[in-house]
Each structure stands twice: as structure tokens, then as C-alpha cells.
Design a protein around this ligand. Structure first.
Ligand SMILES: NC(=O)C1=CN([C@@H]2O[C@H](COP(=O)(O)OP(=O)(O)OC[C@H]3O[C@@H](n4cnc5c(N)ncnc54)[C@H](O)[C@@H]3O)[C@@H](O)[C@H]2O)C=CC1
Ligand SMILES: CC(C)CC(=O)C(=O)O
Ligand SMILES: [Mg+2]
Length: 356
């Protein structure tokens, strides 16, 4: 029996996870998946109920399950809490506690959405790139950090830091993935300015020696942002640090039509994973039944493929998403005038219908 911990979180996290659960229920009922679900709290909801954005019970459950499915965390009402109590801190801690250092963010343009991308068809059609983001170190975790009074005024500071081993292991993840794809890794850094990136580049170059069939190139992050918009199909695998990966993956998401289309996997050394859409809790649209649940549903597909050894069921989910898009159904974020616009719930139902 596969045990999966469900952490819907806040805002649209709740609505989109409900749709992903419909898909899991269907796979359990009709395809004998045998997935047992446990539900837990994380983020703002967890803070409201327990006083912590990552309750001990959630962490204990995370340590005892085979995989985690997470919605999203955060919301306006928690923005003024002390930083360690904020929803985002709960998610960051969960990633760190489970050592989920390898964050895979595939940006794939479904052909049905080519006209929804903000870029021209010839620039984006056929886009299939993989962003490999380091997830448990770098400036999101570096110390010292804080805001204090210096020289009679407020002074804010964070630390961008990587150990060689932290760079080496994310490098290996990227090269291994590239070996299964088009055998090209582009490492993104800012080595012209930052010492930490100088080390990043040096270590990536060294890791590359173990993967002679994969081509390694380097690119500065400012240029990478431009190239993603100018000629995104030049990339196969992009490997980068925590902050740069966070920013570049939101950018890449828009090439596919919407941030509501991008799933992700966050893996540790043993292949244990947490799966979540790359978007946040979208408080601006929460509770309106308009959020796109496809990133959450496609995150279930990634879970089946990367952690649960069920690649054929993963393909079934992806095929079902394709079928629904082929029929012209769209949530608002990926709709153009001629499409059949449906809500979050209906989109979940349509994917389930296409599955069976
Ligand atoms: N992994 C996580 O849980 C993340 C949490 N956050 C948190 O989420 C909250 C909102 O942050 P934002 O910067 O606004 O980022 P966001 O990703 O939540 O939203 C950005 C924009 O994209 C839209 N959007 C996002 N997901 C969508 C979906 N599935 N369907 C249709 N439209 C969608 C939103 O309506 C909004 O206009 C903050 O509290 C932030 O800290 C942000 C990013 C990641
Ligand atoms: C902790 C999250 C709010 C960071 C983020 O934006 C992300 O992981 O995509
Ligand atoms: Mg982000």
C-alpha cells in the first residue's frame, strides 16, 4: 500500500488539491493504484490551528509516508506575522527537513495552448525544457539573515552560500536527467559578480567530467532570463540555485500559457519526493472556482513517475489532460475567446472523465 500525505495548504491550494484527489480516487478505484491518503496541515491554516506553519504531526507524517502532495501556502492575513511563523517558512522547513534538494520543474507547452503563450508560435511551439533548481540551500537558507539597526538606520541582510557538496549533488541530478533527454545542461549563475557563483561554475564544470556524453554550457542569469523569452527552445536542462530557479521557473511558466500548468517534483537522494504546482496560493482568485488545477493534477503524474514507479499511470494522467485540452475545455487563465471556459471543479471532473 502506498502512503501519500496530502497537504492542501492555503488559498487555491485547497481547491486544486481537491481536483488532484479526484484523480487519485479514480486511479484507486479503476486502476487498482492502492494509494492510501493521510491529510495534514501546513502553512497559514496550520498556524491558525496549531500556532506553527509546520506542526510536528505533519513532519512526523512526512517522515512515515511514501510521497507528499502539496497545494500551496501563504495569504495576505499571515503577511505580518513574525517571519518564522509565516506560511512560507513552513514549506521551506518541510523541504529542508526532508532534504528535498532537487527540484524538477518541467516547462512543457501543450500544442493546444500555443496561442495562449505570450510568445509567438514559432518561438515557443514544441517547448520542452526542464529547470533543475537547488531547493534546500542558497540565499533562502543562508545565515546570517535579518533586519537590525546599523549606523542609526535599519539594515536588512541575507547570505547567499553553497557548500561544494550541495552544488555537486544538484549538478549530478541535472546531468542524470539530461542523459535521459537531449543531453544538454545549461548552468545558470552570476559568476561575473558573485563568489558563490564562481564556486557554482567551478563545481558544475567538474561534475560534467563524469558525464562526457552531456554538453555543459554556462550562462549568466540576467542573460538566461532574456534568452528564455527570446529563444526558449535552445534549452534542454537548466540547472540553477534556489533563488534563480524560483524566478526563472515562473518566467518559463508563462511560455506554456499559464503558471497554472507547471507541476514540480522535489526529491531527496533516495528518490523520496514532495510534489506541488510551482505556483503559490493565489489569494487574488482563491475561493472563486477559477484556479487552474492542471499543475496540481500533473504533479500527481510526476509523483507516480518519479517516486512510485507507476510511469504508465503517469502517462494516463498526461493523456487525460491532453484529451480535455483537445476537446477545447480551458480554465480562464488558458482560455481564448473560442474556448469552452470551465471552473476549477469542472476541469477536475473532465480530467477524471477522460481517464476512464
Ligand atoms: N509553493 C508555494 O506554496 C508558493 C507560495 N507562494 C505564496 O503565495 C501567495 C501569493 O503569491 P504570488 O506572488 O501572488 O504568486 P502566485 O503564484 O500565488 O500567483 C501569481 C499570479 O498567478 C495567478 N495564478 C497562480 N496560480 C494559478 C492557477 N493555478 N490558476 C490560475 N491562475 C493562477 C494568480 O492569480 C496571480 O495572479 C504569497 O503568500 C506567496 O508567498 C508563492 C509562490 C509559491
Ligand atoms: C517558499 C515559496 C514561497 C518559494 C517559491 O516561490 C517557490 O518555491 O516557488
Ligand atoms: Mg516560486
Amino acid at each position: 500500500m502506498l502512503k501519500v500525505l496530502i497537504l492542501p495548504g492555503d488559498g487555491i491550494g485547497q481547491e486544486i488539491t481537491t481536483q488532484a484527489l479526484k484523480v487519485i480516487d479514480c486511479l484507486n478505484a479503476d486502476f487498482n493504484l492502492g494509494m492510501m491518503l493521510e491529510h495534514g496541515l501546513v502553512g497559514g491554516n496550520a498556524y491558525d490551528e496549531t500556532g506553527s506553519p509546520l506542526p510536528q504531526a505533519t513532519l512526523d507524517a512526512a517522515r512515515q509516508c511514501d510521497s507528499i502532495l502539496l497545494g500551496a501556502v501563504g495569504g495576505y492575513q499571515w503577511e505580518f506575522l513574525e517571519r518564522d511563523l509565516r506560511p512560507e517558512r513552513g514549506l521551506l522547513e518541510l523541504r529542508a527537513e526532508m532534504d528535498l534538494f532537487s527540484n524538477l520543474r518541467p516547462a512543457i507547452l501543450y500544442p493546444q495552448l500555443v496561442n495562449v503563450s505570450t510568445l509567438k508560435e514559432e518561438v515557443v511551439s514544441g517547448l520542452d525544457l526542464m529547470i533543475v533548481r537547488e531547493l534546500v540551500a542558497g540565499i533562502y537558507f543562508g545565515k546570517p539573515r535579518g533586519v537590525e539597526i546599523r549606523d542609526g538606520q535599519k539594515y536588512g541582510f541575507n547570505t547567499a552560500a553553497y557548500y561544494e557538496l550541495e552544488i555537486r549533488r544538484i549538478g549530478r541530478s541535472a546531468f542524470k536527467i539530461a542523459q535521459l533527454r537531449n543531453k544538454r545542461v545549461c548552468s545558470i549563475d552570476k559568476a561575473n559578480v558573485l563568489e558563490v557563483c564562481e564556486l557554482w561554475r567551478e563545481v558544475m564544470t567538474d561534475v560534467a567530467k563524469d558525464y562526457p556524453n552531456v554538453e555543459l554550457t554556462h550562462m549568466y542569469v540576467d542573460n538566461a532570463a532574456m534568452q528564455l523569452v527570446k529563444a526558449p527552445k535552445q534549452f534542454d536542462v537548466m540547472v540553477t540555485s534556489n533563488l534563480f530557479g524560483d524566478v526563472l521557473s515562473d518566467c518559463a511558466a508563462m511560455l506554456t500559457g499559464s503558471i497554472g500548468m507547471l507541476p514540480s517534483a522535489s526529491l531527496n537522494q533516495d528518490g523520496f519526493g514532495m510534489y506541488e504546482p510551482i505556483h503559490g496560493s493565489a489569494p487574488d482568485i482563491a475561493g472563486k472556482d477559477i484556479a487552474n488545477p492542471l499543475a496540481a493534477i500533473l504533479s500527481v503524474a510526476m509523483m507516480l513517475r518519479y517516486s512510485l514507479n507507476q510511469a504508465s499511470l503517469a502517462c494516463k494522467i498526461e493523456a487525460a489532460v491532453n484529451t480535455v485540452l483537445n476537446k477545447g475545455y480551458r480554465t480562464q487563465d488558458i482560455a481564448i475567446e473560442s474556448d469552452l471556459v470551465v471552473g476549477t471543479n469542472k476541469m477536475g471532473d473532465l480530467v477524471v472523465e477522460a481517464l476512464v
